[in-house]
Design a protein around this ligand. Structure first.
Ligand SMILES: [Mg+2]
Length: 275
């Protein structure tokens, strides 16, 4: 009888443990919906790399230094029928939100629209290294600064206030294109292209450049990038973001497995590469 009670207690304890460790995941088509409840298990290194590695800083400077060269070069050939503009994404392109990712890890939680809004309302995001200098440079060349972001309309005031506080030049409300219905940025890019000649696109996600590039259905989207490889560094400037992105989508092959299991299975081991 004693043994039976012991087994019963063990069974209940194991059941509770397994419920607690049950992972929920919702993988969708943009950052703000890439929700995986294994945050603390895979996000720690990525967030530390952004916050604590000098290499991340160096990569950002490299991107923005290249952006200046590309801007100069493209200004020489652009048509003069319309003003020229540089189009930039906001999150993890010109603004660093790694503090929000760190919050998720430290609080063992994952993204929700609500906790993201709480963060953006605080107006505490900082400029990515080199962003402000690049934007000052664009301004000095009379290039219009336009932002296309998947932050939502209800974040517009806080976003603009945050950027003003962080010292961004030319923060004009009319030059911000927030997400309304769809996450794709194509329609908004087309609207910008009616007013301006877009001479440079800057982002951390391929969807910031062209939705065709963001299609990961074949070979993780590598072929699309290879086909446009000459555009990187000339028309497209990519910022590093190891913390999240649409690249994660194609890794989620089996919906019955957790995000972490899917990611481990997506790793390419030497057994595979050496055969
Ligand atoms: Mg971004």
């Amino acid at each position: 009888m004693k043994n039976l009670s012991y087994l019963l207690v063990l069974f209940v304890a194991l059941s509770l443990w397994s419920c607690n460790n049950e992972k929920k995941e919702v993988i969708s088509d943009n950052k703000q919906e890439t929700v995986v409840n294994e945050t603390s298990e895979y996000l720690i290194n990525a967030t530390l790399w952004v916050q604590r590695s000098a290499e991340y800083r160096a990569c950002c400077y490299q991107s923005f230094n290249f952006a200046k060269l590309a801007l100069d070069s493209n200004l020489k050939t652009v048509k003069k029928d319309k003003p020229s503009a540089v189009v930039l994404d906001i999150d993890e392109t010109v603004m660093d939100n790694s503090y929000f990712e760190a919050y998720l890890v430290q609080n063992d939680t994952s993204y929700t629209k609500e906790n993201w809004k709480e963060w953006s309302d605080k107006q505490c995001a900082t400029a990515t290294p080199g962003a402000i200098e690049f934007l000052e440079y664009a301004k000095s060349k009379n290039v219009e600064i336009v932002y296309i972001t998947n932050r939502r309309e209800n974040e517009s005031e806080a976003t603009i206030a945050n950027m003003e506080k962080a010292g961004f030049p030319e923060v004009k409300a009319e030059n911000f294109y927030f997400r309304t219905d769809e996450s794709s940025k194509d329609a908004r890019r087309a609207m910008v292209a009616e007013k301006y000649n877009i001479i440079l696109l800057v982002g951390d996600n391929l969807a910031d450049f062209d939705s065709m590039l963001d299609d990961r259905s074949v070979n993780d989207g590598f072929d699309n990038v290879d086909n446009l490889k000459d555009q990187f560094g000339s028309l497209f400037i990519v910022l590093p973001n190891p913390m999240y992105g649409n690249w994660e989508k194609s890794l989620m092959k089996d919906e019955n497995k957790t995000a972490l299991q899917n990611k481990i299975e997506a790793l390419i081991g030497y057994d595979e590469i050496c055969k």
